[in-house]
Every structure is written in C-alpha cells, then in structure tokens.
Design a protein around this ligand. Structure first.
Ligand SMILES: NC(=O)c1ccc[n+]([C@@H]2O[C@H](COP(=O)([O-])OP(=O)(O)OC[C@H]3O[C@@H](n4cnc5c(N)ncnc54)[C@H](O)[C@@H]3O)[C@@H](O)[C@H]2O)c1
Length: 354
C-alpha cells in the first residue's frame, strides 16, 4: 500500500449535490474527523439539496450555490476557505441528454473544468501541498469487442458528446499538470450504482418503473455490457487516490462486475419479486420491453483496475450481488425521494432521426 502523501483538510467538492458527489461528501465526513467540505453546486436538474439534508447541522459542511464556470467565485472559495484539495465531480452526466443538447456538456464539462484549473493554478501557484482530483469515466476509451479491458494506456476514442467532453476535460487536467505543475490525479471509473442516483439512469429507472407497473425499457437487444461499481467503493477509491495517488497519475476504477443490461434488469426484477412482490403476483420481468437503441451506443466497457489495486491497495468491497440488494432496499425505503426525483427525469432522451 502506498504511503499517504497528501492529507486533505479543506476540500472543495464540485457537484456535491449530485449522485456520486453527495455520497462522497457523506463518506468524507464520516471517515475523517478533521476534514472540512465546501460543496459548490449549480443545482441543475441533477442536483438535489435533499441528498444532503442529514448534514445540515454538521459545522464541517458548507453549501455554496454557484457555477463552476464562475472563475471569480471559484477563486474566492479556494483562497477564502483555504482549500487545499479540490475534488471535481460537477458535470452534465447523461449520455442521452448529450445527444439532445451537447452545448451544456461542452460548457460545464470542458469550459467548467478549464475554469477550475485556471483558478487552482492561480490561487495555489507553486504550492505542492495541494491536490486537484478529477473524476472521469471509462467512456473516454470508446467501445470494446467481446474480450479485453481498458487500462490506463488505452487510447482515447469517445463516441458520444458526453464522453468526448469528459475526454477533453481529462486532457486539460493532464496539460495543467505538465505545463503549470498543478498537482493532479485523475480517476476513470465504470458505471456507478447506489443511493441517490436519479431515475434517468438504468438501475433507479427500472426500480421506479417496476414499482409503478410501467414498461422496463431496454435499449437494442439488451446485450450491451457495462462494469458496475458500487458508489461507496468509488468514494473509497477517490479517497485513497487523493491521499496516496502519485502526482499526475491516472487510475482506472472498476467493480469487476461485467453484466449485460438485460441481466441487470432481470436481477433487479428478481430482487423486487422477493422484497416487494407485485400485488397481482406477476413477475416484474414481464414488464421488460425492448426499445430502439441509443445512437452510437457503445457495445462493451470493461475496466482493468490492477493499477489502483497494486499501487494503492484499493479493491471493491461490494460484489454486484451484495450491492444491488442494498441498493434495491434503499430505493424501496425512499419511495418519496424516488418519486420526487423521477418527476422530470424519466422520459426517453437522445433519439435522433437518422
Ligand atoms: N454516474 C456514473 O456512473 C459515473 C461514471 C463515471 C464517471 N462519472 C463522473 O462522475 C461525476 C459525477 O457523476 P454523477 O453521476 O454524480 O452526476 P450527477 O448528474 O448526478 O450530478 C452532477 C452534479 O453536478 C452539478 N452541476 C452540473 N453542472 C454544474 C455547473 N456548471 N456548476 C456547478 N455544478 C454543476 C449538478 O447540479 C449535480 O449536482 C461526473 O463528472 C461524471 O462524469 C459518473
């Protein structure tokens, strides 16, 4: 296991009102007693302050409503709050929405990341006791055939406006490290799942629709393969990278759970049949409906996470089996949250006329 080389004391989290960011903030505050968190979030449709209501009385936590493209604001937070660590989640994150409206993805994911880098380089000028951690995706690597896995050396080959914007942001982060010597780390991870994910994404969408007896839409033939990472395993990985990762290094983070979309949906249906059977006794899998595929849909992603395991001693705690059971139970217990979050996010996006 690598030694700790950086101890975050004040962390500026961007996009902390979203799915992974809110889980990360909760993880940080429950794991490290002496850390302070400033959460900068624009509260787009994807940001929900209710994800963090339990922290409202924690004096170590502060929420700032603002945009990462506002350089004056970012600089004032970095210097005024004496931030020594920036963990950058804020993004437009839904592939289908990037097909309908790519401009927002360019603005937040590329311009926003550039603003954060410029602000950090200006405020932290020459400091080595600081760190900028950039959270990215395995989608930057494009699509795999039936075998092989993405390593940190896999060439970038993004397919969607979303993944292209994330690829651009990764390049900017590396450039600021090499050109301006800004201390950075990058993680590229697979599909996350767990509490507080909006029901525009596969797993909460399927749970939400199943509970309402609505069709469970599966793109194409349902054989697209993704690796699934429990969000708490992801938070642990970011924590270890921020503390022990090598300056300028990239780490792939995966859950070692490759599954087809169809298998995921069948697993969710089986869990719901057990935990909350349909009142008429109909198996939830009868609701599965195949729909037109996503344009440019990548066939398979798989992560080789050997580097973070070997160099930093991280490995996932959850298997898909344990993680999905916890996740389905969480959504069942949070029916109000699910309903409120689903109000504007469950309609199909990203279908283009070819
Ligand atoms: N969810 C996944 O499976 C996954 C996988 C790999 C990588 N990632 C990356 O992890 C990060 C977080 O993903 P997520 O699923 O939690 O996203 P999310 O869509 O749930 O949350 C994004 C958050 O960013 C905020 N935001 C958006 N634009 C902003 C702006 N201009 N200024 C300030 N805040 C803004 C939103 O309000 C929201 O709170 C993203 O960078 C994403 O690319 C996600």
């Amino acid at each position: 296991m690598a030694p700790i080389t950086h101890v975050p004391r004040v962390v500026l989290v961007t996009g902390g009102a979203g799915f992974i960011g809110s889980n990360f903030i909760r993880h940080q505050l429950s794991t490290h007693r002496d850390v302070r968190i400033v959460n900068l979030d624009a509260l787009t449709y994807a940001g929900n302050p209710a994800n963090l209501t339990d922290l409202a009385t924690d004096s170590r936590y502060r929420f700032v409503h603002g945009d990462i493209t506002d350089k004056t604001l970012v600089e004032s937070l970095l210097s005024g709050d004496r931030v020594d660590t920036l963990v950058h989640f804020a993004a437009e994150s839904h592939v289908d929405r990037s097909i309908d409206g790519p401009a927002a993805f360019v603005r937040t994911n590329i311009d926003g990341t550039a603003v954060l880098l410029m602000a950090a380089a200006a405020v932290w000028k020459g400091r080595r006791d600081v760190r900028f951690h950039h959270v990215s995706t395995d989608e930057v690597y494009g699509s795999l055939g039936p075998s092989g896995k993405f390593t940190e050396q896999t060439p970038y080959d993004p397919s969607s406006p979303y993944s292209a914007s994330k690829a651009a942001s990764d390049h900017l982060v590396r450039a600021w490290n090499r050109t301006f010597r800004l201390p950075v780390t990058i993680s590229n991870c697979s599909n996350n799942y767990g509490p507080f994910q909006l029901p525009e994404k596969l797993i909460p969408l399927m749970i939400s629709n199943a509970l309402e007896g609505k069709p469970l839409p599966i793109y194409g033939d349902g054989k697209n393969v993704r690796d699934w990472l429990h969000v708490e395993d992801h938070c642990r990985a970011i924590d270890v990278i921020a503390r022990s990762g090598a300056d300028g290094a990239t780490y792939n983070v995966g859950g070692d759970n490759e599954m087809t979309n169809l298998a995921i949906v069948e697993t969710i249906c089986a869990a719901l049949d057990r935990l909350k059977p349909d009142p008429r006794g109909t198996p939830y899998r009868n609701l599965i409906a195949f729909v037109a595929d996503r344009p440019g849909h990548d066939r398979r992603y798989a992560i080789d996470a050997a580097k973070i395991q070997r160099e930093l001693g991280w490995k996932p705690v959850e298997t898909f089996h344990s993680g999905i059971a916890k996740t389905v139970s969480w959504y069942l217990a949070q029916a109000d949250w699910l309903k409120a979050s689903g109000a504007n996010t469950r309609t199909r996006q990203g279908l283009i006329n070819r």
